[in-house]
Design a protein around this ligand. Structure first.
Ligand SMILES: NC(=O)c1ccc[n+]([C@@H]2O[C@H](COP(=O)([O-])OP(=O)(O)OC[C@H]3O[C@@H](n4cnc5c(N)ncnc54)[C@H](O)[C@@H]3O)[C@@H](O)[C@H]2O)c1
Length: 382
């Protein structure tokens, strides 16, 4: 059971419950974009499990990163399946997005849909601008026209740029200084969301989270890539000198924070989300090797990524104070559990049920490490 929390009264109401024969019930329709990806699928699972009155519509283009198998357990559970539906489509497709808003009338939009991998953005920034910037504007416009009650823009700590070793963590007031095409596209989306709030009063909230780990993450990302290489006894490729610092959070802690912001966040505000878990990449790789029982000699330093941010960390005090959110997971405890999960769940990334997309073109290029992205990906089965 969710513990009782105290909130200012003004934060409690989200207009736009589900209408049935002219009556509004306390059921709530939530449009989740990018719900077939890593964080989106975890968010849908978490909210359908913990929020009995939420009905979720998942709008996803199913790029190389989207996989409906990530939500297979929902389809097998009638109590959650009856409150879930999927629409295959692009958030940048204005006509389709308007049709979805017309048909579904969501009270809330949570926009996870994005091109999300920095290396791919270096190879080909165009899909990042199309989805992350233009797609977000299309959604905001539909949200404005259809008067949604709340629009949560899922952003990232990477919009703040890089910290020096002794700098304090980023606050919500830190200036935006993105360094990669990915983070620049996310910063652009944040500014458009802010402009919709200031110009039209669109009820946006921006959430800037640190690096996530957890089940269903695509193996191109750091922690799954390290786990899968270690399980396969293959070299673990680490950029530069391995001293880059990331601030890690379990995906479920992120999802819980987003659900709280949907219910209690203040409109027009930015919230940082982070678990105060700063770790050097080299130390995360070592912890994974230890958990898998493989030697540190598997670590291989490879040429650094251009524009590679040295350190990220955020101060999440505002979120903690306003919603009483605290993280429940620790990285060190979670790594062995995650290693087991990747050993036991080989199927999510073997699916070939995805349509080809423009972003697939970038898979053919060379990345900063001088290898194709696909050749760096771990091979199944582990
Ligand atoms: N992964 C992290 O550590 C992290 C940290 C902070 C913020 N974020 C943000 O969280 C969000 C989700 O990240 P993720 O790691 O789950 O990404 P992901 O790459 O795993 O998933 C992205 C999903 O969006 C879908 N998508 C892509 N383009 C689309 C489009 N044009 N229309 C509809 N759907 C589209 C994909 O099919 C996929 O299902 C992103 O906005 C990302 O910027 C991620």
């Amino acid at each position: 059971m969710t513990p009782q929390r105290r909130f200012p009264k003004s934060m409690k109401c989200i207009p736009g419950g589900i209408r049935s024969r002219g009556r509004v019930s306390n059921e709530m329709k939530v449009l989740v974009t990018g719900g077939a990806g890593f964080i989106g699928s975890n968010f849908i699972r978490y909210t359908l499990t913990t929020r009995a009155n939420w009905h979720v519509v998942n709008l996803d283009k199913l790029t190389y990163a989207g996989n409906l198998d990530n939500l297979a357990d929902i389809a097998d559970d009638p109590a959650r399946a009856s409150r879930y539906s999927f629409v295959h489509g692009n958030i940048a497709d204005r006509d389709l997005v308007n049709q979805v808003f017309e048909a579904e009338g969501p009270a809330v939009v949570v926009n996870f849909a994005a091109e999300s991998h920095v290396d791919r953005s270096i190879l080909d920034p165009a899909p990042f601008m199309e989805t992350n910037v233009c797609g977000t504007q299309v959604l905001l416009e539909a949200a404005r026209r259809h008067e949604v009650g709340r629009f949560i823009q899922i952003s990232t700590d990477e919009v703040y740029g890089s910290l020096g070793p002794d700098d304090p963590p980023f606050s919500e007031e830190s200036p935006l200084a993105p360094n990669s095409p990915y983070s620049a596209s996310k910063a652009g989306a944040d500014l458009i969301a802010r402009a919709y709030y200031r110009t039209y009063g669109t009820p946006i909230i921006i959430a800037r989270c640190t690096n996530n780990y957890g089940p269903y993450q695509h193996p191109e990302k750091f922690i799954p890539a390290m786990i899968l290489c270690a399980l396969q006894d293959r070299p673990l490729p680490i950029y530069g000198d391995g001293q880059n610092v990331r601030d890690w959070i379990h995906v479920e802690d992120h999802c819980r924070a987003i659900a709280l912001l949907v219910e209690h966040g203040r409109i027009g505000e930015v919230y940082n989300i982070g678990a105060a878990c700063e770790r050097r990449n080299i130390d995360v790789a070592r912890a994974i090797l230890k958990s898998v029982g493989r030697p540190e000699s598997l670590i291989r330093f490879v040429p650094d990524r251009p524009g590679h941010d040295r350190r990220y960390a955020v101060n999440a005090e505002k979120l903690r104070k306003e919603t009483e959110w605290t993280p429940r997971y620790s990285l060190e405890d979670a790594i062995p559990v995650l290693v087991r999960w990747y050993q036991e769940n080989k199927w999510p990334y073997r699916s070939s049920r995805r349509p080809a997309t423009s972003s697939d073109a970038s898979r053919k290029g060379l990345d900063a490490r001088g290898a194709t992205i696909d050749s760096l990906a771990p091979r199944w089965p582990v």
